[in-house]
Design a protein around this ligand. Structure first.
Ligand code: A2P
Length: 282
């Protein structure tokens, strides 16, 4: 990857810009401004979700940017309160209405095992996913996939659906590498998107990363984003500050050496451990 608009190619041939702009925990004017700044800075891939409660503001920023719809890759996600064929279709159309778009580039099932549907979650994931497949056939979504799925969730889904997931968006940052699920996705040509590539802000105290940042004359955030790209992941850094949004896009003028990649690969996780996905309480 040489620039922000360079693309990965999903397993259905759809191209996806190699860094996405994350919007988790931004709402209202903050979400609006940050998306507008991101688009002004050259990002062409915006990641949101129904549960972020910012789809309207994200959509307004996209519209106000003046950039044509086809140039921007938009992802949103099905939240845990909705499962099943009809309700999933309705939720997806509602997200599109809020975003003010007539198609989505990528739609994901946000979590595999919502507390509300725990008894029957695998079968309901399949039902929801079938609705997503039909929305693809109707031309309303260009690519579909999942988020936070572990191998057993993926295996069950893939046994029961026609379109292989194009993406699995999971938490990946230095110290949290989720080796098994990554290997599974790589083997199956499912693109790994990395959410919280900066450990949701807490990565900045890690001394090993501070040393590498000094060595390369880059910020810790830039080291983390570059690491994610060199792993073949698609990072989704989030910021509400214009100068950081720009900084996080300037990761194409240096390359981490194999030795330094190895150092990052073997860091312990100094941050929050991965949640027990099958026992979350939402
Ligand atoms: P802010 O939004 O105030 O700029 P992640 O992408 O892993 O979820 O991390 C997002 C967090 O990292 C946010 O708290 C964001 O703060 C912070 N952040 C994003 N980019 C930078 C940066 N370049 N330097 C310092 N902090 C950053």
């Amino acid at each position: 990857m040489k620039k922000l608009t360079d693309t990965y190619v999903l397993n259905n041939g759809v191209k996806i810009p190699c860094i996405g702009f994350g919007t988790w925990q931004s709402t209202g004017e903050e979400a609006y401004n940050s998306v507008l700044w991101a688009l002004e800075s050259g990002y062409r891939h915006i990641d949101t979700a129904a549960v972020y409660k910012n789809e309207e503001m994200v959509g307004k920023a996209i519209k106000d940017s003046g950039i044509s719809r086809e140039e921007i890759f938009i992802t949103t996600k099905l939240w845990n309160d909705v499962r099943g064929y009809e309700d999933t279709k309705a939720a997806c159309l509602e997200s599109m209405r809020k975003l003010g778009v007539d198609y989505l580039d990528l739609y994901l099932i946000h979590w595999p095992n919502p507390v509300k549907y725990r008894e029957n979650h695998l079968a309901l994931n399949v039902e929801s996913y079938r609705a997503m497949e039909d929305l693809v056939k109707e031309g309303k979504i260009r690519a579909i996939g999942v988020s936070n799925f572990l191998i057993h969730h993926l295996e069950d889904l893939m046994k029961n659906v026609t379109i292989k997931p194009q993406v699995n968006q999971i938490k990946l940052h230095p110290g949290l590498i989720q080796k098994e699920v990554c290997e599974f996705c790589e083997r199956n040509n499912i693109l790994l998107e990395a959410y919280s590539p900066l450990g949701t802000g807490k990565i900045f105290e890690v001394q090993e990363l501070a040393k590498l940042a000094e060595k390369y004359g880059k910020s810790i955030a830039q080291i983390c984003i570059r690491y994610s790209l060199q792993k073949g992941f698609l990072p989704l850094p989030k910021s509400t500050h214009k100068e950081r949004i720009i900084q996080n896009s300037e990761v194409f003028d240096f390359e981490l050496s194999k030795e330094d990649m190895d150092i990052i690969d073997t860091l312990p996780n100094y941050l929050a451990p991965l949640k027990d996905i099958d026992n979350i309480n939402y």
